[in-house]
Design a protein around this ligand. Sequence first.
Ligand code: HEM
Length: 401
Amino acid sequence: MNEKIDHFDLNTIGSDFINDPFPTLKMLRDHDPVHRNKDGSYYLTRYEDVKTVYQERSMSSDKVVAFKEKFGQCPLYTHHTTSLIFNDPPYHTTVRKLLAGAFTPRKLTELEPLIEQIVDGLLDKLEDLKEFDFIDAFSKQLPTELISFMLGVPEEHRHKLRRFSMAILGALDPVVPEDRLKEGNDAVTEFGQLLDDLIEHRRKNPEGAGQGEILEALIFGEHDGRRLTQEELIQNCIFLLNAGHETTTSLVGNGTHILLTHRDQHKRLLDEPDLIAPAVEEFLRFQSPLQIGNRLLTKDMTFSGKTLKAGTYVHTSIGAANRDPEIFDNPDQVDIGRNPNRHLAFITGIHVCLGATLARIEGRIAIGRLVKRFPDLQLSGEVTIMGLARFRGFNRIDMRI
Ligand code: HEM
């Protein structure tokens, strides 16, 4: 087998892979789609295998054992092992049911005018600035505003959210240096205190909740006769705030960057604005904001002809699955009209992204209005990627209108 692939180990990847994982992912998918890492876990890169992992009900998302080894007893451990995403039924079902009420199509339709208003306000600011860091001035602003509004985070705290989420989510990377672990732990503690206060305040003043705010429903909602404890509330609100803005920031940042580096597609969207819906799907496929997932096998399973035993950890490459030529024609090309486009950016199965519809609405309104208002938008200087393996996006993109 290719020597590069023989030596590949997800737990020791470096900046080459992080900067551009796709050539390595292609080699893995072609030659070693069920790749064994040195710690005995496997990295799956074919679409059908990744989909099977997510559709199989017996797969476990519970990370108590894995995160005890990775983090030890610390705030990051408490946070991640209490979030619904890293739990199985019945706890997962309880939290998901309580959250789901806030994400019904009717509730999300009600949010659309607010999203349009936030986007137009941000576009006015871009017009004044003329030249700006797009991530800072635009792409992170909308999702931060929106999810803060939904959870009742006051204005004066909102600027801290991206720092918190980068620190907490960054600690999930396969390789995490000590200083990043400390930043992650500090972020959980500081964020937790802030939410503790907000939850206490809403508990005492339920009538003060604005329309569209969901905190009250999470505090007082019940499933199977049980309410969430204060710790469960805090950690799941932290998760929701992180999930709600980090990946959407990347969708808007990655999508706009794709357009500005694929001018034919940019022109196509200007000529046919109705392509914005399939364009957002293509951005999600081509540069998926969440690139890697994990599950634990609770029974023996076979992937691409290789049988893995119960108790094995598998890492799913969403990024590789979304460029599998068995499923997508010309997968390394951007086609904003691609149809069908059954990408796995939001995965599938019981943990399918709860905010997928909201993220799509945000992406369509933000990128659609941006492109229409500033047809001459262009890159103008520094472009810096986030530098994480699991989350794919930019820290900075200089642009001018
Ligand atoms: C482009 C933006 C987004 C992407 C690419 C994305 C992607 C994902 C993925 C891949 C998962 C499944 C992870 C796993 O189980 O391994 C997930 C779960 C989740 N996402 Fe998103 N997400 C996005 C936006 C949002 C937004 C805006 C929200 C909420 C406001 C949200 C809330 C959630 C929640 C609550 C879960 C956990 C679901 C569960 O475990 O049952 N996401 N997301």
